[in-house]
Write a protein that binds this ligand. Structure first.
Ligand code: MLC
Ligand code: AMP
Length: 495
């Protein structure tokens, strides 16, 4: 299945330039709401210029990486946009990461600055020499002359998103100004996103869903968003009503938690509810229709590609399917395996300083250079794509990715563990639970889940910690000694 059309990117072909044009057109319009206050498009743009001046005054120049992480706030959004307007490369980092996880990203991306706002991060980062360190995303530095803004070319790097790939430690997907623009513009068009829309945005602003779709799309459309820190079903539903929101984006775990709330009908009053980052079960899709009167639109994306495929805005939103390629996206299924392969202006060019990883991630043939998503797809008679499995060993829990080998490596260090293999097991709330199969060390007591979680907590973010431990005599392996994780999963499903 290949989909190609006359997808045109807005002038000037960069995400930063397109935002500036969109926001300058409507300076007095409300843009972002946080802490009870609205910030207008004009004030927001002015603040980005001030922060860009401060960063330039501190010696940062285009191409430098800036590690950015904090709870959702207007300050965080301003800092992000200021960086992109200055040609700096944002490295968003999950606020739940531990010291070793942050250290890997700092060592790999070598940022010129870290603008962070989380308890305990100052101490962690101070030992890692990340360049300039500010412990507020408000960037409280001395004012300095504003550098030339929006001067980056479309192919200049804009963002490095760290993602657990097929092997080893997380690697940085480098997205250009054009990749980010194409990613936001395709959903702006497909979902009829206009300046009149208002998004309830409670997804964190350090992953593609909240950042590359929620925030970037809002700025591009000149729309508005109500920011919430963290997810609370009750306050999402009440603020949707209080602020006359028109759209909500969430991961399936959020919908699972909202569907039984008394006020869930608030979702039915929205123009559009989108689900993504993990599969939305047809059962939950149906319950949302029954309880809230909302036909949720499911879409499919990745850190490396922003958004790829979406159910139609008009026309049937089919449960269990992710729909059709978005404008500009070309998609095919590899012969034999059914792996989803994609290309288009939204698809990243490669990993940060990892040519070995690029060789694995892309396939070049007469048809061009295609990115291998590692997801397996099938297309039905009407052209709807469904994701039917994963070629990669990824676990997705609550919309967050966990690479099993990263967890294996940490858990293997527990003295009571002789051998370990981690895999994802179906869970109604989380989509998948992280489960560890452990062969205990002879002569020592077998560790339980609490012991393993306690042991791994300093090295792994909370969402990666095994929720369950299964004690076994041996791990199933193939002739080459590789653990057969699917057999572990199936044993639990059967049992
Ligand atoms: C939190 N915990 C999780 C978890 N999130 N465990 C497994 N998986 C997760 N995703 C841990 C907590 O640390 C805590 O551990 C325990 O589970 C209970 O926490 P909670 O208070 O119930 O969780 P909460 O803070 O409400 O978070 C749940 C959530 C959050 C669903 C709101 O995980 C979330 O915002 N998910 C969305 C992530 C996202 O933006 N994904 C998009 C990636 S981009 P303890 O030990 O303290 O008890 C992408 C591309 C695309 O995938 O297509 O979009
Ligand atoms: P990330 O690397 O965090 O960007 O996660 C990307 C992965 O999330 C994809 O490769 C898919 O495996 C998964 N994903 C995203 N959206 C969906 C969806 N709607 N259904 C199933 N899986 C999804």
């Amino acid at each position: 299945m290949v989909h190609s059309d006359d997808f045109m990117l807005p002038a000037p072909g960069t995400i930063a330039g397109a935002w500036t044009m969109s926001l300058s057109e409507r300076p007095d319009k409300q843009l972002l709401h946080a802490d009870g206050v609205w910030t207008s498009c004009g004030d927001f743009l002015t603040r980005t210029a001030v922060v860009a001046g401060r960063l330039a005054g501190a010696g940062l120049v285009a191409g430098d990486r800036v590690l950015l992480s904090g709870p959702s706030s207007v300050d965080l959004a301003v800092a992000h946009v200021a960086c992109l307007r200055s040609g700096l490369v944002v490295v968003p980092v999950n606020g739940g990461y531990t010291g070793p996880e942050i250290a890997h990203i700092v060592a790999d991306s070598r940022p010129g600055a870290a603008l962070v706002d989380h308890e305990g991060w100052e101490e962690i980062l101070a030992g890692l020499s990340p360049g300039l360190l500010t412990t507020s995303t408000g960037v409280l530095l001395d004012d300095a002359p504003v550098p030339s803004l929006d001067a980056a070319a479309p192919d200049h790097p804009a963002l490095i998103g760290y993602t657990s790939g097929t092997t080893g430690a997380p690697k940085g997907a480098v997205l250009s100004q054009e990749n980010l623009l194409a990613g936001a513009e395709s959903v702006r068009q497909a979902w009829h996103w206009t300046a009149e829309d208002r998004l309830l945005l409670c997804l964190p602003l350090f992953h593609m869903h909240g950042l590359g779709v929620g925030l970037h799309g809002t700025l591009l459309a000149g729309a508005s968003a109500v920011l919430q820190q963290g997810f609370d079903p009750g306050s999402v539903l009440s603020e949707i009503v209080d602020h006359d929101c028109t759209m909500f984006f969430g991961v399936p775990t959020m919908y699972h938690r909202m569907v039984d709330e008394a006020r869930v009908e608030a979702l039915g009053n929205l123009r559009l509810c989108v689900s993504g980052s993990a599969p939305l079960s047809p059962l939950l899709h149906g319950r949302l229709q029954d309880m809230a009167g909302s036909t949720v639109l499911e879409r499919y994306g990745m850190t490396e590609t922003v958004m790829l495929v979406s159910n139609p805005y008009e026309g049937e939103r089919r449960a269990g399917s992710v729909g059709f390629p978005l404008p500009g996206v070309e998609l095919r299924l590899a012969e034999g395996t059914g792996e989803i392969q994609v290309r288009g202006p939204n698809v990243f060019g490669g990993y940060w300083q990892r040519p070995d990883a690029d060789d694995e991630a892309f396939v070049e043939d007469a048809g061009g250079r295609w990115f291998r998503t590692g997801d397996l797809g099938s297309v039905d008679a009407d052209g709807y794509l469904s994701i039917v499995g994963r070629a990669k060993e990824l676990i997705i829990t609550g919309g967050l990715n966990v690479h099993p080998r990263e967890v294996d490596d940490v858990v293997a260090g527990h003295p009571g563990v002789a051998e370990v293999a981690v895999a994802g097991v179906r869970s109604e709330e989380w989509g998948e639970d992280v489960v560890a199969w452990i062969v205990p060390t002879p002569g020592l007591p077998a560790p339980d889940a609490e012991a393993i979680r306690g042991f791994a907590r300093d090295n792994l973010a909370a969402h990666k910690l095994p929720r369950r431990v299964v004690i076994v005599d041996s791990l199933p392996r193939n002739a080459l000694g590789k653990v057969l994780r699917h057999e572990l999963r199936e044993a639990v499903a059967d049992g």
